[in-house]
Design a protein around this ligand. Structure first.
Ligand SMILES: O=C(O)c1[nH]c(=O)[nH]c(=O)c1Cl
Length: 308
């Protein structure tokens, strides 16, 4: 059984990654990821031009069927993560970047273009937890404008992190925009934005910012994640890879993401619940499923979801 996968020319021994934001903010966390078996590649916490404290606590809450977070983009700043990927990385790493304005995104990517970094970058267009800021990728025209400007100067590997869409016409619209650009990949989905959880005993919300509205992750988002992976795989040019993120808690979920077309699969909430050992468990479970079904490689079943 061969779990190897390709990350923009680098062969990975496992198709599994961490979801950006989970265990990837500090040098210690990034080093932990580098030392985690069956984690084929890793993603940094989305970096902004300036370091950010993020939203006030409580800002992450574990739920029976997933999680809700309102982190607010806390990160050590773009310079720290650029230095990490240039000087420290020992495992294939995707640099995740974010911006609070289109202008900041351009500034950051112009600096990245001029830097020595030649590796993969992921532009986060979908953070749901910045007070007063929309998730950019829900505005198709704005997304088109930003990508048009970015690709007027950016020539290195670049993908985007997308929010979940819930309407087939929206899948059509975002794919029509993305297919215009030489993207290496899309990473779908980010958390389902602006969910709300109620603590019955206390009769109150469980996260502080935005009155308790926060992004949802974990097993409750799996059907939405699978739909977005499938819909975007069906619509995007073959040259654009699909990284599936959302709702993975078992080898079966990894198998389902790949069956829907995912090239690689990220795991976030389940790492918060189980720790980094989850990657060994997921790899073993996936291999067992493949053995039972007679599949030798991921390509044997990738994208081959059958319709009725
Ligand atoms: O609040 C966050 O930091 C956050 N939380 C998410 O669930 N997705 C994101 O992209 C970000 Cl940037």
């Amino acid at each position: 059984i061969d779990l190897s996968a390709d990350l923009f020319g680098q062969t990975l021994t496992s198709p599994l990654l961490n979801a950006s934001g989970v265990h990837c903010q500090t040098k210690e966390e990034l080093n932990d990821l580098a030392n985690t078996s069956n984690l084929g590649a890793m993603v940094t916490k989305s970096a902004t031009l300036q370091a950010r404290e993020g939203n006030p606590n409580p800002r992450y809450y574990d739920l029976e069927n997933g999680s809700i977070n309102s982190m607010g983009l806390p990160n050590l700043g773009y310079d720290f993560y650029l230095d990490y990927v240039l000087q420290e990385q020992t495992k294939p790493t995707i640099l995740s970047v974010a911006a609070l304005s289109a202008a900041d995104a351009i500034t950051l990517l112009k600096d990245l273009q001029a830097s020595d970094y030649q590796g993969p970058t992921e532009l986060n267009l979908s953070c749901p937890n910045i007070v007063g800021e929309p998730q950019l990728a829900y505005d198709f025209e704005a997304t088109d404008r930003v990508l048009n400007e970015v690709f007027s100067f950016y020539t290195k590997p670049l993908g985007v992190k997308l929010p979940p869409y819930f309407d087939l016409v929206h899948f059509d619209k975002i794919a029509a925009v993305l297919n215009k650009y030489p993207l290496t990949h899309v990473n779908t989905i980010n958390s389902i934005g602006n969910g709300l959880w109620v603590d019955i005993d206390q009769e109150q919300v469980v996260t502080k910012a935005k009155g308790g509205f926060g992004g949802l992750g974990g097993t409750m988002v799996l059907p939405t994640a699978l739909a977005n992976v499938r819909a975007l795989r069906q619509r995007l040019n073959d040259s654009i890879k699909v990284l599936g993120t959302g709702g993975v808690t078992s080898g079966e979920d990894v198998f389902a993401h790949i069956l829907c077309g995912a090239d690689l699969v990220s795991v976030g909430t389940q790492v918060m619940k189980e720790g980094l050992g989850v990657y060994d468990r997921l790899a073993e479970e996936l291999k067992a499923i493949m053995a039972e079904k007679g599949y030798q490689t991921l390509a044997d079943f990738r994208g081959k979801l059958k319709e009725l």
